[in-house]
Write a protein that binds this ligand. Structure first.
Ligand SMILES: [Zn+2]
Ligand SMILES: [Zn+2]
Length: 140
């Protein structure tokens, strides 16, 4: 598959049990439908940094790109810009046909970090509810 941003060939890399397609030239990452959820479930943080350290940035063949951002998988389909957010919006480009998504450099890590923050808030709420329950019991 070809990078929708710069035209370099994407490299398939594995993170935990998930195979992502990364552009070694502009550092964007293509996730197929459902892969973001899988990555979130693993709870790993700093995936981009990890990939960089593990695989470095080997040169990839560059091909010419035509016009707008296209889905690397469906080719004929243009990507649409969208925002995904838990705590703060992160920009991504998604394909309306295969539901894959393109994340520019640092956007994947931002998304995963965002999810972690949300989980922390949830834990805080749970803790507060638990403490409130204990306080109630003692006040009786
Ligand atoms: Zn690229
Ligand atoms: Zn597509």
């Amino acid at each position: 598959m070809q990078c929708p941003k710069c035209g370099a060939m994407l490299t398939a890399l594995s993170v935990e049990d998930v195979t992502v397609d990364k552009c070694q030239s502009c550092d964007g990452i293509w996730l197929e439908h459902g892969e973001l959820e899988k990555l979130r479930e693993t709870g790993v943080q700093g995936i981009e940094k990890q990939l960089e350290e593990e695989y470095g940035n080997p040169a990839a063949p560059m091909l010419a790109l035509e016009g707008y951002l296209r889905c690397p998988h469906c080719v004929e389909i243009g990507l649409r810009t969208n925002y995904v957010s838990y705590m703060q919006p992160v920009k991504m480009d998604h394909c309306i046909q295969c539901f894959g998504m393109w994340l520019d450099k640092n956007e994947l890590d931002k998304l995963l970090e965002d999810k972690k923050q949300l989980d922390n808030v949830k834990v805080d709420k749970g803790m507060r509810a638990m403490l409130a329950g204990i306080a109630k019991r003692f006040s009786k």
